[in-house]
Design a protein around this ligand. Sequence first.
Ligand code: NOJ
Length: 545
Amino acid sequence: MTDWYKDAIVYQIYTRSFFDANGDGIGDFAGVMAKLDYLKDLGVDVLWLSPFCLSANDDNGYDISDYYRVMPEYGTMAELAVLIAESHCRGMKIMMDLVMNHTSDEHPWFLAAKSGKAHPMRDYYIWAPKKGGQAPNNWESFFEGSAWTEDEATGECFLHLFSKRQPDLNWSNPKVRRELHRIATWWVERGIDAFRLDAIHLIGKPAGLPDAPEPTVNWPFHNFCNTPETHEYLQEFNQEVFGKYSVMTVGETGGTTPESARLYVETDRKELDMIFHFGHVHETGRPKDAGFFRKYYQEWYEALSPKGWDAVFFSNHDLPRHVSHLGDDKSFRAESAKLFATMLLTLWGTPYIYQGEEIGMTNVRFSSLDDYRDLAGKKIYRAALAKGYDSKQAWEEFCRLSRDNARTPMQWTAGKNAGFTQGTPWIGVNPNHVTINVEEQAKDPDSVFNYYKKLIALRKTYSALARGSFRLYGEEHPQIFAYIREDEHDAFLVLLNISGQPGVMQTGEAGRWSFLLGNYVAPAHDLPAALQLNPWEARIYRRKK
Ligand code: NOJ
């Protein structure tokens, strides 16, 4: 089946923080190997490995210096080959995180390009002279300040939409595109089944590199994102690689709206299988309550179905832990973790689990700035000061939003370093591993971990939960997000109380639905005409035949 990805459940592995098999404090391929049975037991189908190519590691692998070699701290090419083969033996596929918008400044292409204006590889990257002593245009980098840095030797600036150690490739150069097709094909030939395409909405720079209209507002929506050029390059990529080898693709596309996303995922356009959109996880000033989720998922479903497909996630390596950010990690940690698990695994679209969410891992709080590792942190802190916060408030904001919240080591045990390493971990372990860890939760039938397993098994048993239609249920409710997933065989009703208060709901449908799964003690078997949900309660009912 070419659309197998619709039934798949993806698990993201941030290798550096997953499991360290050789004691150097950094997670590695052998560490992932050691946990393959754990992943199989959880029930996931596709393992998304964060970037593993040779890297200068200014941005933990998102700055590649050689696409044909792997990071030595992760292991060897032979070990990766074994990991791919062993995953395949267990029926799991491998998704490679491919970073093609930019390379490292240590990539030989960039070193060659920098060596002189006349070098044949100069236009592998994007160069422009200064304008009146200023940067060539007003684009800002996502990490810090101007997106342009001057190269003193040649007097021109190069473009970098991320750090200055991540120069953007020039996709308008067909030679660059051919190199990238070759790289992706080479990895498919080594057993890669799927690609997560990093920052892919940025590859097609608009001709003439015009100024952005409002440099500070809604930056991700600006004129260099999601351009017609980007779609042109993706169609070509699909023809040359994705379509040819039937690999699954998911694009990271910040700033997409339900409408603009259609251009990426409608099947007849032959670009990508699905994209990540971020309106539900980014700070928008709007509370993420039942009304928000109701409107959000309805809009996305209406826009993408039936010609496209969605990707559903609440956490990744760039975001705070969702139980802290969207749920309640103090009074209702397990309940809210299970509620979001219920939503994740019953919405329309392929679910993406980020390592650790299956045990309800939370944000961390280190005591000093020196304990944080992420290069993007500075921007969060400065943006908070720019909002008028004092230094104490800016520090709070930084702790809440830092990407390192998601990057602390996976909590395997209550023991030393959470069982992640025998050495010194590259980043501190969250002290709450003494109570939140895999070992404890695997033994507890009511744990977040065992709840994820049940949900995954349900989604695999009933195709309506994966491929069925999505329809809002009942009137808009201030606390309860309710919807139906249905196909020709079955219908499921999902009730989610997205709040720390009990919520009362009228269904007017006594006796038509039977209880299947929930995150509190099982209620009466039949759905009553009126019911009260506990704080953060989630329930799934199945329609009686
Ligand atoms: C998005 C990745 O998810 C993030 O971690 C990275 O810093 C940027 N792209 C740049 O590659």
